[in-house]
Design a protein around this ligand. Structure first.
Ligand SMILES: O=P(O)(O)OC[C@H]1O[C@H](OP(=O)(O)OP(=O)(O)O)[C@H](O)[C@@H]1O
Ligand SMILES: O=c1cc[nH]c(=O)[nH]1
Ligand SMILES: [Mg+2]
Length: 210
């Protein structure tokens, strides 16, 4: 599926501040949340609703409510920075976790944790990971989520590289990808250019890339 890139002045503004190397972790976390809110609104446009009637103080109103329960799966660590805004907008979401870390030399992601909700079958699942670089981490996580029987899968990232989008389209053509930005390329260490560096390190104030 083609990637959907946010096209909104607020998204452009927040993303520029997020990329700025002088942005400290506290502000980085706040900007991540704001960008994720915008991404969630865009990505969930197609959610199904069911009829619902309520009484206003004046008369009956025939409206709509959200249908089935959503699943969210942040990819640890950096994806955790995107979870709070999802919980705010969808307080009834069920949350699973997948831990993946790229090897610094090979950039291949290895799994160190997975706990998915037991009743994932058929439910719409939002995968949260801010960086889609080679696409290896997202592809690995999505394969596990599919094995568990999830329904439609939406991938939410903050910065995507063309290489990662191509990998996901190849491995999981049924998955819709949303991102706040689509960057130029990967460097020889598989970091995104222009990118923003190591998202997890910037989010949690750990060591910078050398
Ligand atoms: O598309 P890929 O090439 O797989 O790269 C993207 C992955 O790299 C980062 O995680 P990292 O391995 O640095 O782990 P961290 O979130 O714990 O820092 C990022 O959060 C993605 O999960
Ligand atoms: O540029 C990149 C690539 C992978 N992971 C990151 O955090 N940043
Ligand atoms: Mg990292």
């Amino acid at each position: 599926m083609p990637i959907t890139v946010l096209d909104h002045p607020l998204a452009a503004h927040y993303l520029t501040l997020l990329r700025d190397k002088s942005t400290e972790p506290a502000k980085f976390r706040t900007l991540t949340k704001k960008l994720t809110l915008l991404l969630i609104v865009e990505a969930t446009r197609g959610l199904t609703t069911v009829p619902a009637t309520v009484e206003t103080p004046m008369e009956a109103y025939s409206g709509r409510k959200l249908g089935g329960g959503l699943i969210a799966v942040p990819i640890l660590r950096a994806g955790l920075g995107m979870l709070d805004p999802l919980l705010e907008l969808f307080p009834d979401v069920s949350v699973g976790y997948i831990g993946l870390e790229r090897d610094h030399a090979t950039a291949v992601a290895a799994s160190y944790y997975a706990k998915l909700p037991p009743k994932i079958g058929g439910r719409t699942t939002l995968v949260l990971d801010p960086m889609l670089a080679t696409g290896g981490s997202a592809s690995n996580a999505i394969a596990r989520i599919k094995e568990a029987g999830a329904g439609p899968i939406l991938m939410l990232s903050i910065v995507a590289a063309p290489e990662g989008v191509a990998r996901l389209n190849e491995d999981h053509p049924d998955v819709a990808v949303f991102s706040a930005g689509l960057d130029r390329e990967l460097n020889d260490r598989k970091y995104i250019l222009p990118g923003l560096g190591d998202f997890g390190d910037r989010l949690y104030g750990t060591e910078p890339i050398d």
